[in-house]
Design a protein around this ligand. Sequence first.
Ligand code: FES
Ligand code: MG
Length: 593
Amino acid sequence: MSDTRAHKKFRSQEWFDNPNNPGMTALYLERYQNQEYSREELQSERPVIGIAQTGSDIAPCNKIHVFLMDRIKAGIRDGGGIPMEFPVHPIQETGKRPTAALDRNLAYLSLVEVLHGYPIDGVVLTTGCDKTTPAMLMGAATVDLPAIALNGGPMLDGWWQGKRAGSGTIVWESRRLLAEGKIDYDEFISRVCASAPSLGHCNTMGTASTMNAMAEALGMSLTGNSAIPAPFRERMAMAYETGKRIVQMVYDDLKPSDILTREAFENAIVVNAAIGGSTNAPPHLQAVARHAGVDLDVKDWETIGFDVPLLVNMQPAGEYLGESFFRAGGVPAVMGELRKAGRIHDGAMTATGKTMGENLSGCGSEDTDVIKTYDAPMRRNAGFKVLSGNLFDSALMKTSVISADFQQRFLSEPGNEGVFEARAVVFEGPEDYHERINDPDLKIDEKCMLFIRNVGCVGYPGSAEVVNMQPPDALIRQGINHLPTVGDGRQSGTSESPSILNASPESVVGGGLAYLQTGDRVRLDLNASRMDALVDEAEWQARIDGWQPPEIVNQTPWQEIYRTHVGQLADGGCLELATAYQKVGRTLPRDNH
Ligand code: FES
Ligand code: MG
C-alpha cells in the first residue's frame, strides 16, 4: 500500500485546523493544549489516534492496559501520530451484576459516541475480558475509522497442588468436590484463587482467549497478538508495534470495512472450532457482523464449523493453559495448520496491511502436544451443533466438550446413537435452581434433562451464564457429574459442560421453552440437529394460548433501555436500532458552540 502522508487531510483537522471557523478552532485547540499537546503538533497534519482504555481498578482483567499505555503511546509517537487515551465503560465479567453481558452494548454505544464525536482519526482497541473485545469490535465496525485490537493477554498459568489450575474451569471442578464433601469452603476459595496468579484475563480457552483469537482470526489485530500472556515482554513489544501500526493504517485508510468481510468471519468460525472456543463467540461475532453489515447466520456455525477438528489441547476442552498455548505458536500456529488443510481464506485483508495468507506464511504448530496437526487432532467434528425444534428456533451445543462418559451415558443407546430421550425438570431461573435442585420430590435421575428459562437477553436482563447447572449432590456422589442441560441463557466459556444454550427466542418473549413443564418428555437428536418437547400438539397449543409473560422488573434506567431495544442471542443480542447506523465515522458531527 502506498504511503499517502504528503497529501492527507485528517478528520481531526476539522477540529484543530479550520481557518474558515477560527472561533471553534481556537476553542478546540486551547483546551487540548493545556495538557501534553502543542498547537504545532495538533495542526501538524498528523493523525490523532484514540486509545480506548478498558482497564481500571474495577476491571482487573484488563488492568494490564494501564501499564501497557506508555508502550502504546510510544508506538503511536514513533509512527508519527498523536495519542489520546480515553476511558471505556468498564465490563468486568466477574464483577458486574446482574451480568457483564448487560454492559457490552452500553460500552459499544459509548465507544461509538466517542469515536464519532471527538477529533479521532484511528483507534487502538484495548481488549481482554470477555465482552470488552466484542464491544470494541462492534463499535469499530459501526464507526468504520481505522482500528486495531490489542489484547492485554491471559494471566500466567495457575497451579494448585502440582496441577494446572485454569480460570473458571477450576470453579466447576471445585463445585463438584464441594458437593461431594471432599473439600470445604476455605479450600474451595483457595483452589479458585490459585488460578489467578498475575495480571491478565482468564488463562483457559474461555470467552476472553476465544474472543481475542476471534479478533486475530478476523484480521483485526497484529499477527500473534492474542495469546501472549499479560506479563511477558512480548506483550510490551506487541503494544508498541500495535501503536506504531495504527498510524500507518490511518495513512493508508485501512478500515474495518476492508477487513471485516464474510471471508473473515468464515475464518473466525473455523478457528473457533479448532481452538475449542467459547459458546459466547457466536452471539458476539453475530453482533460484530451485523454492525459491519456482513450477512452471517447462526446456522453458519454448524455449516462452516462443525466438521473442523479440535487442534488445541487447552482447558476446558483439553489440558494446558495460556502459557503453553503461546509457546506452541498461539493463533498463527492454529491457523497455519488449518491453512495447510485448505480451511482458511488466504485472501482476507488484515490490520497488518497484508492478507491472512501472507501473515501466516511458514506458520504451524511448534509443539504438537499443545497444538495438534489437522490430520492428528484431539477430536474430529469439534464445531457447534445448531439445534432447532418446538422449544426454540436455534440453540447451540459445543460438541468439543462432550466427554466419553457423557457420550456413553446419554448418547450411546445401541441403535439410537446421538439420541437421548428424557424427563424434563424446569427451573424458572438460577435462584429457583439453587433452591430446588436437591429437592428429592423432583426425582432427578440420569434419565432427566435440566432446563432453565427467563435468563436470556430480555429475561435476566443481559443473558446470564447459568445454563451449565450441576446435578443434585446425590447424583454427583454416584459419579454422575453432568446431566444434559438446556436454557435460554448462556454458559461460561470456561465450562466443560456440553449444555444446549443460547436458545432463541427466549422464553419471556414467548419462545418455546416458556411452555415446557416438569415431567414432559423431551427428545434430543444430534444427528438431525433437533430438540423437541414430546407433548401432544393440542395440549402444546393450549399452553401457548394460556401463557402469561412473567413480570419484568427493571432496577436501573439502562436495564429498561436495554430490554426495550435488545434482540435475541441468535441475532447477536444487539440493540436492534443500532444496526441501522453504519460507517458513522464518515459523517462529521456539528460544531458544539
Ligand atoms: Fe475476565 Fe475471564 S473473567 S477474562
Ligand atoms: Mg463468565
